[in-house]
Design a protein around this ligand. Sequence first.
Ligand SMILES: [Zn+2]
Length: 438
Amino acid sequence: MSRTVFRNARVFDGQDLLPAGTVVAVEGNRITHADAARFKEKPGDRVYDLTGKTLMPGMFQCHFHTGFGPDAGNPSPYLGLNMPPAYLGMVAAKNAQLALNVGVTSIIGSSNGDLLDVCLKEAILLGLTKGPRVTPCTRELIASGDSADGDNRAWFMGIRNHGLIRRADGPEALRQAIREEVGRGCEIVKISISDGHGSQPIPDYNYYSETEIRAAVEAAHSRKALIRAHCPSRVGIIEAARAGVDIIDHADLIDEEGIEAVLEADAAITPSYLWSERFLGFAESWNYDMGNFPIGNGFPESRARTVARLAAVRRDFEHTASMMPKLRAAGVRMLLGDDYGFAMMPHGDYASEMEVYVKHGVPPIELLRWATANGADALRERGRELGRIGKGKLADLVVVAGDPTQDVSLFRNPDHIPLVLKDGVVEKDLLTHSVVAA
Ligand SMILES: [Zn+2]
């Protein structure tokens, strides 16, 4: 079998830079060599000289809304969810292509209607479209009265498709919903524990009780599915972690007790600062001569209420940002991924999230760990062979022109990601290589 050989690269293995002179070789869909020991090429080997470039594991986007984002340029709150399922399927395919093109080889779904994640995964495996590995997510399971309840004010959450959200009250209804969704092929369950984050202030109550959270976790894990939770509230984070939720989304009001609980549970967090920053930037500079601010909870809102809401959201985010040094110092597993698909943060622009964290003091090399090894580890057993460069690992690899351990803005330009390998298959190649002669 011919091999693909990468020479003279700066190699980031998912944790750190490997010694200069490291040669990485791929045979079939696995990495068969990744060290600086002598490597003998064979006839037929395809050899890439990566001088000046970086070789790293394919990246993870760990909070992926597959069907969001067909209406770029329009500040509509509907996220395209007012469109029919067939259209959303094409949006999902496009989003998957955009992700792969910037070096994302794995996505972890974070709720979608219409079985979009499951269909996208199958379509990619069948070669109907290109895209990353997909961990398909359920619809977002909510309690009655959740702010995303489609029969509540946010009518657009459920309109004209099979709904981004699925209502399930009580342990029995949650178990049934999870069994059905997992039976359809979903591999991660999403529940909404508490309200708020980014555009809405965070109330001091939760939608789901601790009993319901525990029932949901048990139902998901018993069918070998993972479970994630939209969870901005302080107490919700603690209850989610103690119940065994695998990924805690947003975690805005986390405190020291929450950090302890998350570490104890070996859970992961998607801090998702980009949406908060982009939303606040957009909202706080809104020109009210154009009318009321358009992004709320489904109903028009007076200027006074918007201003009060934004002040509360700003306070929440100041707390969130103040906790970043503590989360890092404690060694919490943090992930990249945010609510891409809004007009102000289109799919494919994943560099922006990294840039926000750099602004909040996170070094680029640490963000590369979030993007690779941490994403794989968040998948527990499913991620065991992903997210790292090492002998025997699956060959999901990305070449970056330059040094992303110093500058994450490189990811902004797809031309700076000239090669993407997924499962040993070349998905993108703007480079030249030589073939060893017989
Ligand atoms: Zn989300």
